[in-house]
Design a protein around this ligand. Structure first.
Ligand code: G1P
Length: 275
């Protein structure tokens, strides 16, 4: 049963300095909601009720955000502003939030491995990178689409989208054969390749469903790109055994780890809200 979602949130967010000097990048808001809350809402919609967050130094605001603020509740009770807390109250009531800290930045693979203590090693789990903000105005959210696919194939699933070749160096890139429309059996994966070495222009974006055997694979994974333990390399190992599927999701993704993507997301949600 897939009901836990891991949120690696220990990164420094250096692209948003100085805003992220004392504040977690996952708390940067798109309109009035912090990035990580969009991720938690997507996970809840997909059927997850345990949100397992990997934090680090300077990330306490995340923990406080998903907890009741008694002073605030007291202050705004009975006022029109109370309505602004409806969504976050719903999340606090419906989900359990668990936390552990990654005290050294050793890569996304290492951060996910740190989450083993939170998600256990018995069940599949989801991973959301909150700075990839995903929406599907026409139907199910991206993670919910992936859960449906997991129920069919019962193996690791990565979300992918086509990107221009001159941008593949920012992503994990897959090689695979289509087995259904928009669904690929992955045979190879490369973390942030040069454009001339990329096996395709299908980039991995920050949504994964992982089976718990990934933890043993990560443990054996040597540091890769940038000297970090890469989840892409661990998944590549699984892909060679035919155990990874890539899914070209339906919807939009904003790269809120970059200033351009962040502004684009802000404009998008602002215009949606006005409608
Ligand atoms: C991470 C992953 C990469 C993936 C990307 C999606 O990279 O390592 O494979 O394509 O997220 O956003 P990062 O953006 O943390 O450098």
């Amino acid at each position: 049963m897939l009901h836990k979602c891991l949120f690696p949130a220990a990164g420094y967010g250096t692209r948003f300095l100085p805003a992220t000097k004392a504040m977690a990048k996952e708390m940067l808001p798109i309109l009035t909601k912090p990035l990580i809350q969009y991720g938690v809402e997507e996970a809840l919609e997909a059927g997850c009720d345990v949100m397992a967050i990997i934090t680090g130094r300077g990330k306490r605001a995340i923990t406080d955000h998903f907890d009741i603020s008694y002073e605030l509740e007291h202050q705004i009770k009975g006022t029109p502003k109370e309505e602004l807390l409806t969504d976050i109250r719903k999340l606090i009531n419906q989900c359990t939030f668990t936390y552990t800290r990654q005290n050294e930045m050793k890569g996304l693979g290492d951060a996910i491995h740190k989450g083993k203590v939170l998600v256990g090693d018995q069940d599949p789990f989801a991973v959301i990178l909150a700075d990839d903000l995903c929406v599907n105005p026409d139907g199910d959210g991206i993670l919910k689409q992936m859960v449906a696919l997991y129920n069919k194939y019962k193996c690791c699933i990565v979300a992918t989208m086509e990107v221009p070749l001159d941008e593949v160096h920012k992503y994990g890139v897959i090689e695979g054969n289509a087995i259904e429309e928009g669904v690929y059996m992955v045979s190879n994966m490369i973390e942030k390749p040069e454009s001339d070495k990329a096996p395709s222009n299908l980039a991995v974006i920050g949504r994964y469903i992982l089976t718990p055997d990934i933890f043993n694979v990560i443990k054996k994974t040597e540091p890769g790109k940038n000297g970090e333990i890469q989840i892409t390399d661990a998944l590549c190992e699984q892909a060679r055994k035919g155990m990874v599927i890539a899914y070209q999701f339906k919807g939009k993704r904003f790269d809120c780890g970059s200033v351009d993507g962040f502004v684009e997301a802000t404009n998008y949600f602002y215009s949606q809200n006005r409608e």
